[in-house]
Design a protein around this ligand. Structure first.
Ligand SMILES: [Mg+2]
Length: 405
C-alpha cells in the first residue's frame, strides 16, 4: 500500500459533487454510499444538515474509472427517485479552496433573530473582506443563537465592524478568534451585583437599615462622577453602622440569582472551566454564593462586624475597578490559565478594566458606556447565553443536564 498523499494531491483531481435533498429518514447516508461504493470512488468531503426534517447531504467524491460516470449518475438518480429525494451531481475539479487567513467565530443572538438583522450582519462581514464558511444554530431558547465561521479577515477588524451594527440592530454579536485555544481550559470571572445576581447587595442591606434613599443618593453622586468608587463605598457602608449581624442571613436569603446563572456555572464546571467572582460588594454574600454554586474563586470587600453589629466600615483592601482586574490576573495565575483564555463578565464601569484585561470581556446588560468599551455585549437577561459565545450549544447543555438528572 502506498503512503497517504498530502492534501494538495486532490487539488487537480476531477471530483463529483453529489447533493441529496429531501425528507430526512434513517438510512439515507448509508444508502447513498452503498450506491457510490459500487463505483469504487473515494470520499473527499462530506457535510450534512437537517433543517425542519429536510436533509441536505453533500458528498464530494473522486471521479469513477473512465467511462463509468454516466452509469454512476443514473444509478444515484434512480436510488434517489426510489426514496422521493432530489439528487444533483456536478462535475468539477479538486476540493474547496483553503480557508483564508484570519479565522473567527461570530455568534449572533436575537430575540427574535430577524431576517433584516441577519442580512445586515452578513453584509458587514462581507464588507470587511470576510467569507462565511459555515453557519449553524447554537440555540433556539431562550434566544435564537447562530454561529458563523468566518475566514479571510482579522478577528479585531471584524469585531470593530460588527459592534456598531449589532447595537443599531438590537442584536448581540460576539466575535472570537477561532483555533485550539477556544477549546483549551479556561477561567470565567464574574461580577456579582447585577451580573451573577439581580440585586445590588448594598441596597438590600440599606433596606434593613432604613436608609435606602441616602444610599441611592450616594450611588447617584458616584454615577455623576462626584465620588469615586472607594469614596462612595465608604459613604454607603457608613450608613449601615449599628445594623444587627442577623441581617446578613436575611440578605443572603433575599439575593436573587440572575436567570441562567446556575446553568452557566454548572455547564462551565462540567467543561472543566474554573469559575470565580469578584465583587465591590461583600464577602458576607459572596462566600455564601461560592458555596451554593461551587465556585472556585471569590473575592469581595468585608463588612466589619464587632459585638454582633456592623460598624459601618469595611476591612482590608478595597475591591475597586483596578482591583477587579488585578484579581482576574491573580485567579488566572492560580488556575494556571493564560489571561488570553479567560472570560470576564460584568455590567458596571468598575468592571471595565477586568473586561478589557480578559481574553473575552462580556458586558452583561450593561450601561452604554460599558457596552461600547467591552469586546462584546449580551443584552438579554439570561446569563447562560454566555455559553453560546463560547460555542456551547443548548442541546449540549440539556443533554448534560438530562444525563446527570
Ligand atoms: Mg455589577
Amino acid at each position: 500500500m502506498s503512503a497517504p498523499q498530502p492534501p494538495q494531491a486532490t487539488a487537480d483531481v476531477p471530483t463529483l459533487l453529489v447533493k441529496i435533498f429531501g425528507k430526512d429518514r434513517p438510512g439515507i447516508t448509508a444508502g447513498l454510499f452503498d450506491t457510490l461504493a459500487a463505483f469504487s470512488v473515494d470520499v473527499v468531503d462530506l457535510e450534512q444538515v437537517v433543517t425542519r426534517g429536510r436533509i441536505v447531504l453533500c458528498a464530494l467524491v473522486t471521479e469513477p474509472a473512465a467511462g463509468l460516470e454516466g452509469e454512476l449518475r443514473s444509478t444515484v438518480h434512480s436510488w434517489a427517485d426510489s426514496l422521493k429525494l432530489q439528487a444533483e451531481i456536478i462535475s468539477g475539479v479538486g476540493d474547496n479552496r483553503p480557508r483564508g487567513e484570519g479565522r473567527s467565530h461570530v455568534t449572533v443572538l436575537g430575540h427574535p433573530l430577524t431576517a433584516e438583522s441577519t442580512a445586515a450582519i452578513a453584509a458587514r462581514i462581507t464588507a470587511t473582506g470576510g467569507n462565511i464558511d459555515r453557519i449553524f444554530r447554537l440555540a433556539k431558547y431562550p434566544v435564537t443563537a447562530v454561529e458563523f465561521a468566518v475566514s479571510g479577515t482579522p478577528t479585531e477588524s471584524l469585531r470593530t465592524a460588527l459592534a456598531p451594527e449589532a447595537a443599531a440592530l438590537g442584536v448581540d454579536v460576539a466575535v472570537v478568534s477561532a483555533g485550539l485555544h477556544r477549546r483549551a481550559q479556561r477561567l470565567v470571572v464574574m461580577d456579582v451585583d447585577s451580573t451573577l445576581i439581580q440585586d445590588e447587595v448594598i441596597e438590600l442591606f440599606a433596606a434593613h437599615a432604613g436608609c435606602e434613599e441616602q444610599v441611592a443618593e450616594v450611588t447617584n453622586a458616584a454615577m455623576r462622577g462626584e465620588l469615586d468608587f472607594e469614596q462612595s463605598l465608604h459613604a454607603r457602608v457608613a450608613l449601615l453602622e449599628g445594623l444587627d449581624v442577623s441581617v446578613v442571613e436575611k440578605v443572603r436569603a433575599e439575593v436573587r440569582l440572575t436567570p441562567g446563572a446556575r446553568t452557566l456555572v454548572r455547564t462551565l464546571k462540567r467543561l472543566g472551566y474554573q469559575v470565580g467572582v469578584v465583587s465591590g460588594g461583600f464577602t458576607q454574600v459572596t462566600d455564601d454564593l461560592m458555596e451554593r454554586l461551587g465556585l472556585d474563586f471569590a473575592h469581595a470587600n468585608t463588612l466589619e462586624i464587632v459585638d454582633g453589629k456592623l460598624t459601618g466600615k469595611v476591612t482590608g483592601d478595597i475591591v475597586d475597578r483596578a482591583g477587579k482586574a488585578r484579581l482576574l490576573r491573580r485567579f488566572a495565575a492560580e488556575a494556571g490559565v493564560p489571561l488570553a483564555q479567560t472570560v470576564a463578565i460584568g455590567d458596571g464601569a468598575n468592571d471595565l478594566d477586568m473586561l478589557n484585561a480578559a481574553g473575552l470581556g462580556v458586558a452583561f446588560n450593561a450601561k452604554p458606556v460599558v457596552r461600547e468599551a467591552a469586546h462584546t455585549a449580551v443584552n438579554f437577561p439570561f446569563l447562560d447565553t454566555v455559553l453560546y459565545l463560547l460555542g456551547v450549544t443548548r442541546e449540549e447543555v440539556e443533554a448534560a443536564d438530562a444525563r446527570d438528572a
